[in-house]
Design a binder for this molecule. Structure first.
Ligand code: ADP
Length: 502
């Protein structure tokens, strides 16, 4: 229940701000200080039922609103996000913990995505194609699907909702957002601003609560035919199972164990910059974070030395302070998990080069801070090189050749992002071909996706779908093929046009 003095927020369902049916709430805490950010409705099945009914009713009208008009509402939303960028950035440093520059980038990504998808309102292209018969016209068009359930994580609390909601809405679907329980206020602000942009009642709804309660109810609701989920692999499997009885479209964006390869001909200083940014930015809590560095033996020693030096210079602190390099991790469970992997790495015989401990000096003691951690001499099969830690920990792996580097990079269950530093164009092109990931960077770290290209991964990172770019439209629409026969007579495809003897 809410502590005295805590502001209590509501769900937004069918155009009204309402409490959870249970009347219960849960609190959002700042990972930087432990301060209570607010209390939010602890929703369950009844609330999801209500939201699904409102979204289903709104869908029948929203799908008929011309797509350019839907796009104009999104355009207004992008303008509002721009206006609110500073406020949302500050709030993100408090509720989620990332540093100011990265929080601003998170909001900017939402602005970019919303403008991009607003433009889709005047595209949403299908195809026209010749018919095999005379006096017949063929085309394919995208049609909306219905109510979309969007289940989002805390690590990109504004960007990820935009990746899901902007395309879902412009395509003519209505949405129920279940934001992460660690960042509900940012989810709430996102929906409040969408409301201000002029979405009709019921087109966007937010239901707060825990994954196993509100999230699960959404995943298994019969009137929510599309589930788009970003989170851990385990939860992705649970969501898929919950949705299976209704044969829902399930879009999953799951974990990563991304590697940066540094070849013997690389610009080592440039690689160090990329590794520090990719491994320790957002305290390593990005699905594209570089949690493995695969270095050629000719540069391994130099790279290790420079990386450790740089990691030790990083300043931990609250995200809103200008000189903070690394903010807190999201909560107590996260810090315990990250620390347990330090122990696992030690037990496995990896060499702890720096970090490996909770930072508690001064004000840091109030929050959840973990020192940037680097393991050396890591075998690619060790758990610290195989499992997603989701914290500021990276593993250095030494290899003797390009082929060995590619093998190590691919030798994991995930396939989100990868990177190679090399000055050899042949190696760069081979890496582009052979790295089994959805995203590959050449001479840059593992992060830095832009909104107009597909985002997602191979293998256990997902189930074959992609967010962002044109690929996102495939998650939120179905194809309809239309045949118009204007011959005025019965024409039979594959029969009338086949010559005798063919
Ligand atoms: P993380 O480990 O990054 O917190 P999770 O996969 O646990 O990722 O959470 C991502 C989102 O999925 C959150 O909104 C969370 O509430 C939700 N979630 C967690 N468990 C379930 C579940 N069983 N069914 C549906 N949603 C869930």
């Amino acid at each position: 229940m809410a502590t005295t003095g805590t502001k209590t927020f509501k769900n937004y369902i069918g155009g009204e701000w309402v409490d959870a049916a249970s009347g219960e709430t849960f609190e959002s805490l700042s990972p930087a200080t432990g301060e209570v950010i607010g209390a939010f409705p602890r929703s369950g099945k009844e609330d999801v039922d209500r939201a699904a009914k409102a979204a289903r009713e709104a869908y029948e009208e929203w799908r008929l609103v011309p797509a350019p008009e839907r796009g104009e509402i999104l355009f207004r939303f992008a303008e509002i996000l721009k206006r609110e960028k500073a406020e949302l950035t500050d709030l993100m440093t408090r509720e989620m913990g990332k540093v100011k520059a990265e929080a601003g980038g998170d909001v900017q990504e939402a602005i970019d995505m919303t403008y991009y998808m607003a433009g889709e309102g005047r595209r949403l292209w299908g195809q026209t194609t010749p018919s095999e018969l005379r006096d017949k016209f063929n085309m394919s068009v995208r049609v909306p699907i219905g109510v979309v359930g969007a289940i989002t994580p805390w690590n990109f609390p504004i960007a990820i909702p935009s990746w899901k909601l902007a395309p879902a809405l412009v395509c003519g679907n209505t949405v129920i957002l279940k934001p992460a329980e660690d960042t509900p206020l940012l989810g709430e602000r996102f929906v409040e601003l969408l409301e201000e942009a002029g979405l009709p009642a019921g087109v966007v709804n937010i239901v707060h609560g825990f994954g196993e309660e509100a999230g699960d109810a959404l995943a298994r609701h019969p009137d929510v035919p599309v589930i788009t989920f970003t989170g851990s692999r385990e939860t992705g499997v649970a969501v898929t199972k919950a949705a299976a009885d209704f044969l829902k479209h399930v879009h999953l964006e799951l974990g990563g164990k991304n590697a940066i390869i540094v070849m013997d001909d690389a610009d080592v200083d440039l690689a160090v910059e990329g590794i520090v940014w990719s491994a320790f930015g957002t305290s390593g809590q990005r699905c594209t974070a570089a949690s493995r560095v695969i270095a050629h033996e000719a540069v391994y020693g130099e790279l290790q030395k420079k990386l450790v030096e740089r990691a030790e210079q990083l300043r931990l602190g609250p995200g809103w302070e200008d000189d903070t390099d690394v903010g807190p991790v999201i909560n107590r469970a996260a810090i315990e998990k990250i620390h347990s992997y330090t122990q696992i790495g030690r037990d496995e015989g990896a060499h702890l080069l720096t970090g490996g401990e909770v930072a508690t000096e001064g004000e840091l003691e109030k929050g959840f801070y973990y020192r940037p951690t680097i393991f050396g001499d890591v075998d690619p099969q060790m758990r610290i090189a195989q499992e997603e830690i989701f914290g500021p920990t990276t593993a250095l792996i030494k290899v003797g050749s390009f082929d060995e580097a590619i093998r190590a990079a691919n030798g994991i269950r995930y396939g989100l992002s990868s990177s190679i530093y090399t000055r050899d164009v042949n190696k760069a092109f081979r890496a582009m071909r052979d790295l089994v990931t959805g995203i590959t960077y050449i001479n840059a770290g593992t992060i830095g996706a832009e909104v107009h290209l597909p985002f997602g991964g191979t293998k256990d990172t997902g189930n074959g779908h992609r967010e962002a770019g044109q690929a996102a439209l495939d998650v939120f629409t179905e194809w309809k093929s239309i045949y118009v026969d204007y011959s005025g007579k019965l024409q039979k495809a594959q029969i009338d046009n086949v010559k005798p003897g063919a």
